[in-house]
Write a protein of this length. Structure first.
Length: 467
């Protein structure tokens, strides 16, 4: 508990903001969260929660196809064989938006129960220690702040030649208001967001064309893993256009046409832009205060979330550290622990796990294959998941476990897991990487049999460092 009450103002109610608020309230501060669009921010209302709910719905459709391979037949109440499951887009989207609103309401309740005040407004920093909140009706309220945290997130990047209209040309924030399922969806961008949403709509029943400017999908991920994911895409009927940079998108009478830089064109019913994001750092008054910013507009912070101006902290996608809700939340907590004088451990990125919610999922932690290729002191083992007995039982054929360790010491340095629910499997590996456990320690921890986690222990056994 801090020795005297301090005022904390947080601009932005996403994961970085609301987790910081909970910590600050726990430490006895007077806390105000200024949020324009709703508690939870884009992560809860229009990004992570809705998109993963959409992916989960598509996964159920995929499970129905897997059931046939396991010897099951689907019948209706009259005993007639069901030819095909059909996704009703309006019902799917209604459920997703209801879920997102419920999550937002739950977070707001948690904040209010610990005494955090939530102000529905836009925030602007007038001077150090003073934030002006502008409410929807145009009225303003000045808020004093001993500590200020900026957690304003990011918004979808758009192309000047492909302006979203919310009907045919869409960003990832606009897909949940669609009526019928897109008949032929052209996804522009094959990074994490593009890959996840492309497969989600494919699973729900849309014909999907994925336009990738690079030679493979998920260019920022492990090459072996991305190859598996792309193979799954194409095997399930997705058209992947590699080395095909989009030049623009226009509406037609029947839908849209996407023009590629090489002169080709692709026609579809809808186009989805997934070409990155832009930090929400304009109109906050940061430049006038001298807060250091990168050329991309991100706020520069250190490992305890401090900006270049004393008393001002920042967390989340507006900082450009790692665009993960989990990282934003930790940055926000660290900021409050540091600002309010509690014990704090600086952000340590080595043990941060990340996940791509495709089917199968792709989870990573620690060093990359590229780092391993560049060092003679790193051992690597890759174990196909198809050999795992639990995988055989569940009809899982795609995926693998890959571990990296230091030669000699056997310290586990990183991992790549491609598997259903890889987001759950990666956590014990992240614990090992974070705490510098050896592959022998991992291997000697008995796993459940049969289980997918058994492949992690088996891969660790293959990396045993003999004396």
């Amino acid at each position: 508990m801090i020795t005297q009450e301090m005022s904390v103002v947080i601009i932005g109610g996403g994961p970085g903001g609301y987790e910081a608020a909970l910590v600050a309230a726990q430490l006895g501060a007077d806390v105000i969260v200024v949020e324009r669009d709703g508690i939870g921010g884009a992560a809860v209302l229009t990004d992570a929660v809705p998109s993963k709910a959409l992916v989960a719905t598509a996964d159920y459709m995929s499970d129905l196809h897997t059931a046939e391979r396991l010897g099951l037949r689907l019948e209706d109440a009259q005993g007639e064989e069901v030819a095909e499951a059909v996704a009703e887009a309006q019902n799917v989207n209604a459920r997703i938006l209801t879920l997102a609103k419920a999550q937002s309401a739950d977070i707001r309740t948690n904040l209010e129960q610990v005494g955090v005040r939530v102000v529905a407004a836009s925030g602007e920093i007038i001077e150090r220690g003073l934030v002006r909140a502008t409410l929807a009706d145009g009225s303003t309220e000045d808020l004093d702040a001993d500590v200020l945290l900026v957690a304003t997130g990011a918004r979808p990047r758009v192309l000047p030649s492909a302006r979203p209209d919310g009907e045919r040309i869409l960003t990832w924030k606009q897909i949940y208001t669609l009526g019928p399922l897109p008949e032929r969806l052209i996804v522009i961008g094959s990074g994490v967001t593009g890959a996840e949403l492309a497969q989600a709509f494919l699973g729900l029943g849309s014909h999907v064309v994925l336009v990738s400017s690079r030679h493979r999908v998920l260019p920022g991920e492990d090459a072996d893993a991305a190859t598996v994911i792309e193979d799954v895409f194409t095997n399930r009927g997705m058209q992947v256009l590699g080395r095909s940079r989009a030049a623009g998108a226009e509406r037609t009478e029947a839908g849209v046409v996407v023009t590629l830089e090489d002169g080709r064109s692709v026609e579809g019913s809808h186009a989805l832009l997934a070409v990155g994001s832009i930090p929400n750092t304009g109109d906050l008054g940061l430049e006038a205060l001298g807060v250091a910013m990168s050329r991309s507009g991100h706020i520069e912070v250190d490992r305890v979330s401090r900006t270049s101006v004393p008393g001002i902290y920042a967390a989340g996608d507006c900082t450009g550290v790692l665009p993960l809700a989990s990282v934003a939340a930790m940055q926000g907590r660290i900021a409050m622990w540091h600002a309010l004088g509690d014990a704090v451990t600086p952000l340590y990125t080595r043990g941060i796990a990340a996940n791509v919610f495709t089917d199968p999922e792709l989870a990573t932690v620690g060093i990359t294959q590229q780092a391993a290729d560049e060092s003679p002191d790193i051992d690597v083992v890759r174990l196909p998941l198809g050999r795992n007995p639990r995988a055989k039982m569940q009809g899982i054929t795609d995926g693998f476990v890959k571990l990296f360790c230091q030669k000699g010491s056997g310290v586990l340095l990183g991992a790549v897991i491609v598997a259903p629910k890889a987001s759950e499997l990666i956590h014990p590996v992240a614990l090992a990487v974070q705490n510098r456990l050896s592959v022998d320690q991992v291997a000697n921890t008995i796993t459940v049999y049969p289980s997918l986690s058994g492949s992690i222990a088996e891969a660790a056994r293959q990396l045993h460092q003999s004396e």
